[in-house]
Design a protein around this ligand. Structure first.
Ligand SMILES: Nc1nc2c(ncn2[C@@H]2O[C@H](COP(=O)(O)OP(=O)(O)O)[C@@H](O)[C@H]2O)c(=O)[nH]1
Ligand SMILES: [Mg+2]
Length: 439
């Protein structure tokens, strides 16, 4: 566990040249260190002070601003000092070296946020949301991670937690009165409570899945026979001429990747070589890669040349979308099974509907102003919670009060791990080590 009696410091701005570079210091010695390096007699809380920063030999290293946030009213909950100097790699390192010499130690990645969590300024979901804001791949992802940071997701979890605790109280008190236990446990109210709980978990799980999609983005593989128009479709979706298009089958041999945003969702679009029988060893390699990409993608666009085949094979895989291309060459309006997208990559027709179909495929009901970001970890915890609730229901139906109570207790622990109200050190280490230094 972190020792919060020492003072940590780090460069909070990214490596490289910039107008301003910031050093952050947090802990009991923060103000003393700031005083020594800046020689400011008095640092007023929440005031900006201009100062020159000197090294041990009294040489001026830099000049800039000093800001003082007094704990507990600070990001970490401890005394925090920000030194804003010039944003150069060497000058920042010289300043940091001096701060360390004066008694701070180098912060580990994520240690400032970890302290904010340990000092109960934020919960674990909010801490993760801070990292998510920084890595957001779209404007919508930024807005959604801000919602998580403000507690929208935590509130959902805490609401479920309150219901769960109510249910636990019911079951636990039934066990305490053995004469009436069976009556207590077979009460319809209790069964209703459990099924409401299950319903709330289900809804939250769906929204959390959307949150993960926003946060991590998705990969879309474009797969199909040569000349189906896969590369043309990629260019349509990216609105750029990224891939080479030609009537010569087998033009795309390597895998082409493009990062785009579709309706707020960060997307990695992957164009592949056409899949067909060939003796050409280079093409064969491309096909092998295409098959691998198909396996790993979140969504597969299965592109078919509509002018070529009378029998359209609609892919049944859950994450596949069948796309009939070259609709401009189709003479009559053909009817296709529901869900099939008919487009013309050449005429740029049907592309918006395709985008819509992709969004529907990966989100529950699309994105809206209530969407929040989440992580795979949260989904796993929610699923585990569901399993315990299900088990509690089964035990209850057998009038096994003790066993049901135990499952509910486990469900609560599992749910608590999401916000960090109950957690293991391993989990914290894993989460905060993925942060950048200075955060
Ligand atoms: N008429 C028509 N031709 C298209 C359409 N999409 C692609 N093509 C043509 O089909 C050929 C193969 O396209 P390309 O994107 O390279 O296919 P890929 O091999 O699947 O990547 C090219 O000559 C394209 O101009 C379309 O919607 N309509
Ligand atoms: Mg191609």
């Amino acid at each position: 566990m972190t020792n919060t009696t020492d003072t940590i410091a780090a460069i909070a701005t990214p490596a490289g040249a910039g107008g301003v570079g910031i050093i952050r210091i947090s802990g009991p010695n923060a103000t003393v260190i700031a005083q020594k390096i800046s020689r400011l007699d008095q640092q007023q809380v929440r005031h900006v002070h201009f100062a020159t920063f000197k090294n041990q030999q009294q040489q001026t290293i830099d000049s800039g601003l000093v800001l003082y946030f007094q704990g507990p009213a600070s990001f970490t909950g401890e005394d925090v000092i920000e030194i804003q100097g010039h944003g150069g790699q060497v000058v920042m390192n010289m300043l940091l070296k001096e701060v360390i010499r004066l008694g701070a130690r180098m912060a580990r990645p994520g240690e400032f946020t970890e302290r904010a969590f340990l000092n109960e300024k934020i919960d674990l979901v909010q801490a993760e949301a801070i990292a998510d804001v920084i890595t957001s791949g779209s404007e919508q992802a930024v807005l959604a991670s801000q919602r998580s940071l403000q507690g929208a997701f935590s509130k959902r979890i805490n609401d479920i937690l309150m219901r769960l605790i109510e249910t636990r109280v019911w079951v636990e008190s039934a066990i305490d009165f053995p004469e009436e236990e069976i009556d207590f446990l077979s009460d319809k109210g209790l069964k209703d409570q459990l099924s409401n709980l299950n319903q709330a978990l289900k809804t939250t799980l769906a929204k959390t899945q959307t949150g993960v999609v926003l946060n991590q983005g998705i990969s879309i593989a474009i797969i199909g026979k040569p000349n189906a128009g896969k590369s043309s479709l990629l260019n349509c979706l990216t609105e750029e001429d990224t891939a080479i298009i030609s009537e010569v089958a087998g033009t795309t041999r390597d895998v082409i990747k493009e990062d785009i945003v579709i309706a707020g969702i960060p997307v990695r679009l992957i164009d592949t070589a056409g899949i067909h029988e060939t003796d050409n060893p280079i093409e064969q390699q491309g096909i092998q890669r295409a098959l691998k990409v198909k396996q790993q993608a979140d969504v597969v666009l299965h592109v078919i040349d509509g002018s070529d085949s009378n029998t359209v094979e609609v892919s049944q895989d859950k994450n596949h979308i069948t796309v009939i291309n070259k609709s401009d060459l189709l003479v009559a309006d053909k009817s296709y099974p529901a869900g099939v997208q008919v487009v013309s990559a050449k005429k740029k027709e049907g592309i918006d509907q395709l985008r819509q179909a992709i969004v529907e495929q990966v989100t529950s009901g699309g994105l809206n102003e209530n969407s929040f970001t989440a992580r795979q970890r949260h989904i796993e915890q929610l699923k585990l919670t569901q399993q315990h609730i299900d088990a509690a229901e089964v035990q209850l139906s057998h009038n096994q009060g003790e066993l049901s109570a135990e499952e509910l207790r486990l469900a609560q622990n599992t749910l608590n791990e999401i916000t960090g109200a109950f957690n293991s050190d391993d989990l914290l280490g894993e989460i905060f080590s993925s942060f950048c230094i200075g955060k």
